[in-house]
Design a protein around this ligand. Structure first.
Ligand SMILES: Nc1ncnc2c1ncn2[C@@H]1O[C@H](COP(=O)(O)OP(=O)(O)OP(=O)(O)O)[C@@H](O)[C@H]1O
Ligand SMILES: [Mg+2]
Length: 377
């Protein structure tokens, strides 16, 4: 019996059937891969970078590319990075034949310790070298191994900005040097820490300077998202009112993750016909569920940071948070302390900035938190 899954994913990627739009971004990424251009993909958190990479991989794998996704968010040293890369390669190919078998044989040269998590059965790979140079050597060899397998390879390194924080200062230069020698491997570097990423790729004395095509990811256009939501309901022989969809997209600011959560909740109600009232109920439920977390923030922030966060939430988008009128109206305090609070909130990822050619706007990072602040205070 076929089990109907909720078509609004709130985690990971299944297939293009559950993926909305991004046609333009896909065509650029695809063109870059074909033309030996590496891409840097930057967006705010939870807008869909990882899902976009998986979506691209679905097409590329169909066309015969070997695609490897490496998430280095949890890596804090070159050692973790090398182990994570080895594990991602290990997990990308069936181990009993072809490249998978060759990789396993090759890996043995580095005397890895391969263990399996007792709870989820997932493999882990560890190298125990006494000399730091050996990790560099292993990293170089792993990438060269891949490059020499008679196939075109696409390697996506997600949360790439973490490399800049490694205590080993030469990793960027090392990677850049290795990458320049590869002939059959294209790279996608993605990350959500915009300033760290831009510094890495746009600063003249950094190794990756001007070495890739930059690509920013914005919200999915409302019309495209609207059609997708309507279509997913219709595929299950259900209807959702236009005003209900409009409400979702404006309430979530079309930010992908929050939109998916609300659509998932609305779909889960299982109604034949979904109205705006049901959508509002799901939105309320979300805020109620997360209230316990949101309450904590007040304790974790200084009074002025909290006041500024609240003020930004109330206005949704703020262009000049240091302006006297804004600070006065919202009882935030003096411009100098507001400036410090703004930097602290940006640092803590409580707010984020949206830069255009003329101005910088700020908004609360977590859309649910923003809605909760607007409603509660
Ligand atoms: N185009 C899309 N259509 C439908 N769902 C999407 C799309 N893009 C992303 N999603 C969903 O939105 C959620 C967030 O996406 P994803 O994890 O890819 O974002 P991200 O930018 O990589 O986030 P982070 O910065 O936290 O790593 C996931 O549940 C994903 O399934
Ligand atoms: Mg991601």
């Amino acid at each position: 019996m076929k089990i109907d899954i909720n078509p609004f994913l709130t985690n990971g990627y299944i297939s293009k059937q559950y993926f909305c739009d991004r046609e333009y971004e896909l065509s650029v990424l695809s063109k870059n891969v074909k033309n030996d251009i590496n891409t840097t993909l930057i967006s705010a958190r939870r807008l869909g970078k990882s899902a976009l990479i998986y979506r691209l991989f679905e097409d590329l794998e169909y066309r015969g590319y070997a695609c490897i996704y490496v998430d280095i968010y949890a890596c804090s040293h070159l050692k973790d990075f090398t182990e994570t890369l080895a594990l991602s390669i290990f997990n990308s190919f069936p181990q009993k034949r072809g490249i998978g078998q060759r990789f396993l044989d090759y890996l043995k040269h580095f005397r890895p310790v391969i263990t399996y998590d007792s709870l989820n059965g997932q493999p882990e790979i560890h190298f125990e070298f006494s000399q730091p140079k050996e990790y560099e050597h292993t990293l170089r060899n792993l990438l060269h191994f891949l490059d020499n397998q008679n196939m075109e390879v696409v390697l996506a390194i997600d949360e790439f900005q973490e490399v800049a924080r490694f205590p080993e200062k030469n990793v960027e230069a090392l990677l850049r040097t290795i990458i320049q020698t590869l002939k059959h491997t294209q790279f996608i570097f993605s990350g959500s820490k915009k300033h760290l990423m831009l510094d890495m790729f746009n600063t003249a004395n950094r190794p990756f300077f001007s070495s890739t095509q930059m690509m920013g990811l914005a919200e999915i256009p409302s019309e495209k998202y609207k059609a997708f939501i309507r279509e997913k309901f219709a595929e299950s022989k259900r209807n959702i009112d236009d005003e209900a969809i409009d409400f979702i997209l404006s309430w979530t600011l079309s930010h992908t993750y929050y939109t998916q959560i609300i659509c998932n909740g609305v779909f889960a109600m299982g109604k034949k016909n979904t109205t705006i009232e049901q959508v509002k109920q799901v939105c309320e439920e979300q805020l109620f569920l997360q209230q316990i977390t949101f309450m904590q923030y007040r304790r974790l922030l200084s009074p002025i940071q909290w006041q500024l966060l609240l003020a930004i939430a109330k206005e949704e988008f703020v262009i000049e948070p240091q302006a006297h009128g804004f600070l006065h109206k919202n009882k935030v305090g003096a411009a100098s302390s507001a400036q410090k609070a703004l930097s602290a909130l940006l640092d803590k990822e409580m707010i984020f900035s949206i830069e255009t050619t003329e101005k910088t706007a700020y908004r609360v990072y977590n859309v649910f938190l923003m809605r909760w602040l607007q409603r509660t205070f």
